[in-house]
Design a protein around this ligand. Sequence first.
Ligand code: HPA
Ligand SMILES: [Zn+2]
Length: 353
Amino acid sequence: MTDFRPVYDPRFDNIPSDRLPELLRAMPKAELHMHIEGSLEPELIFALAQRNGVAIPYASVEDLRKAYAFTNLQSFLDIYYAGASVLLKEQDFYDMAWAYLERAAADNVVHTEMFFDPQTHTARGVAMETVVDGLHRACVDAQPKLGVSASLILCFLRHLSEEEAFETLEQALPFRDLFIGVGLDSSEVGHPPEKFARVFARCRELGLRLVAHAGEEGPPEYVWSALDVLKVERVDHGVQSAKDPALMKRLAQDRIPLTVCPLSNLKLCVFPDLSKHNLGALLDAGLVATVNSDDPAYFGGYMNQNFTQTFEATGLKVQHAWQLAANSFEGSFIDVAAKRAYVDRLNAVFASF
Ligand code: HPA
Ligand SMILES: [Zn+2]
């Protein structure tokens, strides 16, 4: 349940629709669903591979980019985990996060809550400290150098066991102050949220914020159990919720944010075409839906590309643009005063158009 609900000013309806792309780019926004390992561009993968002497099974940047033809989530994850294998040193994690934060700033992302997958790295012998320190150092630099506030959410890999998630939590606890919450990602179907009931209960006791991927490829039942068993505060993706009217009602009534990722859904064939995406239907049903980039280096676009391509394909309007940006602040894990200040900035940009 969110703690702040901004209200649309109907005078913004006077903004001509031909200015929508410019408005989408200019409006301040928060990104709530982005896997930092999914921001590794092929150029950086090659540069880090060379710097660290890691062999990768692609001859060139172009060769690697050609492999980005996905048919579903798993076909993407196989390449995504291979790409992350070039990350070894603290500076590598810093450089990856910094490259993303610069792109976020260019898209007028003023706040971001970045996912990271420590198990992808600790399994290769990289220390938790190396991962967290590098990412956190970039987050600290982002505010003064880029005007972006940035925080971290540790994700457990759901294809691994709950016991391994507990071990990961244990390894991360010395760095408890460097991340704000936990999430659940990787292969969804066959790995329902309730598999992680006990580790999420422990994280809740520790005062960590809770999110989980659910309803990306998996059924509405997974969204129900993310809410009722894991007690998450936000649902990542959640687009399959539209198949269940009772669930839609619950999400709207409890103002549970959905962090929707349109270009990801397109590239992983969750929707056959961007024009068939249900973002507009989710918004029109009163859900706190947001737009996010998920794995921007792999899915063909950062935040502003997600916004402009989706609006062009679906015909969403100025009010939807405002609602999505307002929802991103409402759904974020910052305090109410900071949310209010960001929405004031949002309103000032809309008033200037
Ligand atoms: O979209 C995703 N879904 C599940 N796991 C992921 N890990 C990175 N991106 C994703
Ligand atoms: Zn994701």
